[in-house]
Design a protein around this ligand. Structure first.
Ligand code: XIL
Length: 339
């Protein structure tokens, strides 16, 4: 069978995944899997602030260029991730932003200008801001701060208007880019997700009322089996965003298994696949036409490599379309059915 990218294309649907430049270079089977499955890819960290500008004014596009060269050779589109993200600020930038509003704005503008002008021929779609809504009480990661917006260095320095400034700057540099706001914790049926969805919709209405140039919302989609999921609520949420004139993408789909898993791989994989089918079907119902998974093969998933999210019982999560060895598993088939 052709890859998900080709299957999707036939139906007007775009599938892609996050990629790692180091593995593309070292692991030909992995590079082959990416080339076969993806119509679009997003660098997992090669376009983050700390990678591109580790020291002030000293930009390094080396790793990002590896991704862009691979994509060009294979005819794959590339999304940019991410211009403003509190978790990817190098120490110098944290310090500079903390030293006052003018300096914070200077850091943002300089980064946007260099990065967007350098990448504009190849990257047409950017996550301008990532994870800017605060986590309400009761969420898994209650590190958001007291207000509806996450307490980040940019919020402290510039106030809530930093989001407006970011989108306006990106639009000014290149009016033809698709500008996206990317967010997590809004997918599942938990009390904190309900509240976070309302916070996000409030933010989006404000952006619309102030004529802030934003084109799309990226819903990350890091699902967790221990949470409930409501297809009705999720479809309604996607429609509510689209009613504001924005498109909606799923940008980082993967599934964390519960700590209680059934015995053996086929059974475990079926549980994950069923959740992915429900989730994607409701997304498509709401009008989503682009889905990226956060990785492609389980062996390189951040659900395996990142200690914050990895299982702690000796098993590894099986939350991506291809298994450890790169074979298509039930999640792949669920995606092929929905897209
Ligand atoms: C993650 C990467 O996958 C990890 O390798 C890295 O250590 C931390 O960042 N939401 C995002 C992504 O927007 O940028 C994160 O990526 C995963 C959660």
């Amino acid at each position: 069978l052709p890859g998900l990218g080709s299957l999707g294309r036939l139906a007007g649907f775009t599938y892609g995944c996050a990629v790692r430049s180091d593995r593309l270079a070292e692991d030909p089977p992995y590079a082959g899997d990416v080339a076969r499955e993806c119509a679009v890819m997003v660098p997992e960290w090669e376009a983050k602030f700390e990678t591109l500008q580790p020291e002030e004014g000293k930009f390094d596009f080396g790793l990002l260029d590896e991704v862009l060269t691979f994509a060009q050779a294979k005819g794959i589109a590339v999304r940019g991730h991410a211009l403003v993200w509190h978790a990817a600020l190098p120490p110098w930038a944290r310090e500079a932003i903390a030293s006052g509003a003018d300096r914070a704005r200077g850091v943002m503008d300089a980064h946007f200008e260099t990065v967007l002008n350098r990448t504009r021929p190849r990257i047409r779609d950017w996550d301008v801001v990532n994870e800017v809504v605060a986590d309400p009480p009761g969420s898994d990661t209650p590190d958001g701060g007291p207000g509806p917006l996450r307490a980040t260095p940019m919020l402290t320095a510039l106030g809530p208007g930093y989001i407006d400034l970011a989108f306006r700057k990106a639009r000014e540099i290149d009016p033809t880019l698709r500008l996206t706001l990317n967010e997590y914790g809004i997918e599942e049926d938990t009390p904190s997700a309900d509240e976070k969805r309302q916070r996000l919709l409030g933010l989006l209405r404000g952006l619309r009322d102030r004529d802030v140039p934003i084109d799309a919302v990226g819903i990350q989609g890091h699902l967790q089996m221990r949470n409930a999921f409501s297809a009705e609520k999720f479809t309604a949420f996607v429609r509510a965003i689209r009613a504001l004139g924005l498109s909606v993408l799923i940008t980082e789909l993967d599934v964390r298994e519960d700590w209680r898993v059934p015995e053996g791989y086929p059974a475990r994989d079926d549980v994950v696949a069923a959740r992915v089918r429900d989730f994607l079907a409701s997304a498509v119902d709401g009008g989503v036409r682009t889905v990226l998974t956060w990785g492609l093969v389980d062996r390189y998933s951040w659900l395996v490599t990142d200690p914050d999210v990895a299982r702690k019982d000796g098993l590894h999560h099986r939350g991506l379309p291809l298994d450890w060895e790169g074979s298509r598993k039930a999640m792949w088939r669920a995606m092929a059915q929905v897209i």
